[in-house]
Design a protein around this ligand. Structure first.
Ligand SMILES: NC(=[NH2+])NCCC[C@H](N)C(=O)O
Length: 224
């Protein structure tokens, strides 16, 4: 069977994270395995820095990237995406009672992961906010709890996970769905020119959506 080498950045539950046995788990991993099963392929997952995922894909170190990655026009200049497999949006989080709304973040420090759409959105659209880049969202949340930054900006499903774990944090403002950054959905990235793999992923996605497998995996990771 064909082996498909996936790369991800696994500090992003529920999409991907490393468990106590050092195994990469999460919604993306379960979905990838279901797709690979459809495709009669074997999936492997490697964990590395988020901002290195697209460069590594281009260098052929991997065949695909699945990392809670938004399909954006800018990334589409560098890679091919599958059809969207998850509808996405973004949300700010802060210490409970400390930040009234997004406007109150003017001049304040907000943490994001390096290379993400969150970082790009803040620098492009909210230049009054001081963007503080982190290698992982875990480190951003630590600094938020320590008061070194005022807020963190991340994907809604991931923010909801942080809220569950940290009762002293609260969401700030509404979900952000600006199409250029978050509104198109998450996709699996493959190299430009590898439309063969892109089409296989798309066909497998249709299949797992139609037969209920997608729904089962979705409910496992996103039930409220
Ligand atoms: N595995 C991760 N750390 N993913 C971060 C993804 C953040 C955002 N959805 C993006 O596409 O840029």
């Amino acid at each position: 069977a064909e082996t498909i080498r996936f790369a991800t950045e696994a500090s992003y539950p529920p999409f991907e994270f490393v468990d106590a046995n050092n195994k990469i788990m999460g919604f993306d991993v379960d979905l990838a395995n279901a797709l690979c099963k459809e495709m009669n392929a074997t999936c492997t997952f490697t964990n590395q820095a988020f901002d290195s995922l697209i460069p590594s894909l281009k260098f052929r170190r991997f065949d695909a990237v699945m990392a809670g990655m938004d399909i954006t026009p800018e990334r589409e200049k560098q890679v091919l995406f599958s059809k969207p497999y998850y509808e996405n949006s973004a949300l700010f989080i802060a210490q409970k009672g400390k930040v009234a709304d997004v406007a109150a973040l003017k001049g304040k420090r907000v943490g994001v992961q390096n290379g993400t759409t969150h970082q790009k959105y803040l620098t492009d659209k909210q230049s009054d906010i001081t963007t503080v880049p982190y290698d992982s969202y875990q480190n951003a949340i630590l600094d938020l709890k320590n008061g070194r930054i005022e807020a963190v900006f991340g994907d809604t499903a991931v923010v909801n996970e942080w809220l569950k774990q940290n009762p002293n944090l609260a969401a700030v403002g509404d979900k952000v769905t600006d199409k250029a950054y978050f509104g198109t959905g998450l996709g699996i990235a493959v190299r430009q020119g590898n439309s063969a793999l892109q089409e296989k992923f798309n066909a497998a996605l249709d299949k797992v959506k139609a037969d209920g497998t997608y729904k089962t995996i979705y409910n496992k990771w996103f039930q409220q």
